[in-house]
Design a protein around this ligand. Structure first.
Ligand code: ADP
Ligand code: MG
Length: 484
């Protein structure tokens, strides 16, 4: 009984939040709403205190300064038993409830240029786990049924440049061909460079041009979850049937396939049987098949058997084109000076670039269409820019490590194997892995080595730190200097 009451209270709160959200959206506009308010979720409600969760501290602070008063007011009108609202940061996948989107849908059933850029943190942090079966909806996952394909992730909206043209061409080819040309297509890159965008584009294309083709799209995490559930309910036959009867199987974020074991074995068999039957398999991951950790050798060797394509980090020109395209889609006027500034500063990935643009757009909209200028941009993005400036680069690590061990950067990058040079080199590689988000091959390139050398160096230093107190201290000093 008590449980029922709780559930019904939760429902009431969710519904109220839905109503509040629609009101906020009307008041603040779709862009601001999508950027700042849509990602919020309702947390616990105890003794009149309502928790509202934001996915990052930055977002929380922004919401507190810009929207908290209004949210408080509206909620008070909705439900007088809410005495206080507490904004907290919560980015895990714990038991969160998101906006009752059915209410929002009523307000805007068709995406408009202003609202299509909604950054639903919920769906992206789940990696769009819902299985998207186009022929029928039976694979839709009930835990995240509100997470359909992103309508903006189409080929038309994908900006092509030198660093991604091959991946784009391969994705298009797979989407357009009835016959399988390469199997699997394996796309990889570091985060935020367009893998999921390309995967969704493939599905949209098939959905439009060949709606009878049965496509399943899910993340590796979701595959594991479904398989484990099937095992628990002794329902593996239906599981196998479901996956082996598709025309196209797409698995996003394959690095989360988990360690070797029955799930991987199941995937291996599903994969092999689909490939044998001439069905298309498309996989994305943050590493190349050979660099994936915890994946069985035989599976790795099947994965490299098709076409393996990487998306490289963006270059300046591509960043400029992306900014132009996104600004156009958001319906904002972006002066060239501001675009250049952003393209120069925000280089890590497209997601961050897009995030910065959304923030500027939200700000301008909040101030009733205030003109976007360089000053305003620098002001709105100051936290982000400060953290970018603070980010350690591999060049800086090489310089500091060389100085510390009294050798030159050239020696550090050379092929000399003398201990006096080799050890600092390993330390620099280790620190690069620890302090930057660069991948092993990227780090390797900076030292003119391949990724296995970097991997070896990282392991070696990890071992040495335990045995060698002096080295451990040296590394600690270096780390502190680099992090400041
Ligand atoms: P990944 O899956 O590689 O982590 P996503 O596909 O989620 O990256 O891309 C992150 C964001 O950047 C998305 O909003 C996506 O639309 C955008 N994006 C990435 N590359 C491009 C591109 N070439 N053109 C347009 N948008 C892009
Ligand atoms: Mg992705």
């Amino acid at each position: 009984m008590a449980e029922e009451a709780l559930v019904s209270e939760e429902r009431t709160v969710d519904t109220q939040w839905g109503v509040i959200c629609s009101q906020l959206k009307t008041e603040f506009g779709a862009t601001a709403f999508d950027s700042w308010l849509k990602p919020l979720t309702v947390g616990d409600f105890n003794n009149g205190v309502m928790n509202i969760c934001a996915p990052t501290a930055f977002m929380k602070n922004w919401v507190v300064t810009h929207y908290a008063d209004r949210i408080n007011k509206i909620w008070e009108q909705q439900n007088p038993s809410v005495k206080k609202i507490n904004f907290i940061v919560q980015n895990g996948l714990s038991d969160r409830r998101s906006v009752d989107t059915s209410l929002l849908k009523k307000i805007s059933s068709t995406p408009t240029p202003q609202n299509i850029y909604g950054c639903s943190i919920n769906s992206s942090s789940f990696g769009l786990v819902a299985g998207a079966s186009l022929a029928n909806d039976t694979t839709r996952n009930t835990t995240n049924a509100n997470s359909p394909l992103n309508p903006n992730y189409t080929f038309e909206n994908f900006v092509v440049g030198k660093t991604n043209e091959f991946a784009y061409a391969a994705a298009r080819k797979v989407a357009e061909s009835k016959n399988v040309s390469f199997n699997p297509l394996f796309l990889y890159s570091s985060v935020g460079l367009g893998k999921t965008h390309l995967m969704h584009s493939i599905i949209w294309h098939i959905k439009k041009n060949d709606p009878n083709r049965n496509v399943i799209y899910l993340t590796a995490e979701q595959f594991v979850y479904k398989f484990v559930k099937a095992l628990r309910y002794k329902d593996t036959a239906a599981f196998k049937e479901q996956f082996r009867s598709v025309d196209v199987l797409m698995v996003d974020d394959f690095q989360f396939m988990g360690n070797k074991g029955t799930t991987q074995e199941e995937f291996f068999h599903t994969f092999s049987s689909l490939v044998e039957e001439g069905k298309q398999v498309i996989i994305s991951a943050d590493k190349s098949p050979t660099d994936l950790e915890g994946i069985e050798e035989r599976l790795k060797s099947r994965l490299v058997g098709g076409l393996v394509v990487d998306i490289m980090p963006t270059d300046f020109d591509l960043r400029m084109s992306i900014l132009q395209k996104k600004a156009e889609l958001m319906g904002i006027e972006l002066p060239a000076k501001v675009a250049e500034f952003l393209a120069q500063k925000i280089t890590a990935n497209v997601r961050e670039l897009e995030g910065s643009l959304k923030r500027i757009a939200a700000h301008s909209q909040l101030l009733s269409g205030k003109e976007i200028t360089l000053d305003m941009t620098q002001d709105v993005l100051k936290d982000m820019l400060r953290s970018i400036d603070r980010k350690t680069t591999i060049d800086e690590i090489q310089k500091k490590v060389a100085e510390h061990f009294n050798i030159s950067v050239k020696e550090l990058q050379s092929s000399r194997r003398a201990r006096t040079v080799a050890r600092p080199r390993q330390v620099a590689m280790y620190l690069a892995k620890q302090l930057t988000s660069r991948s092993l091959p990227e780090i390797g390139r900076k030292f003119d080595r391949d990724h296995t050398t970097v991997m070896h160096a990282v392991r070696k230093v990890e071992e040495l730190i335990i045995e060698d107190q002096t080295l451990a201290e040296n590394i600690e000093i270096l780390r502190r200097t680099l992090e400041n």
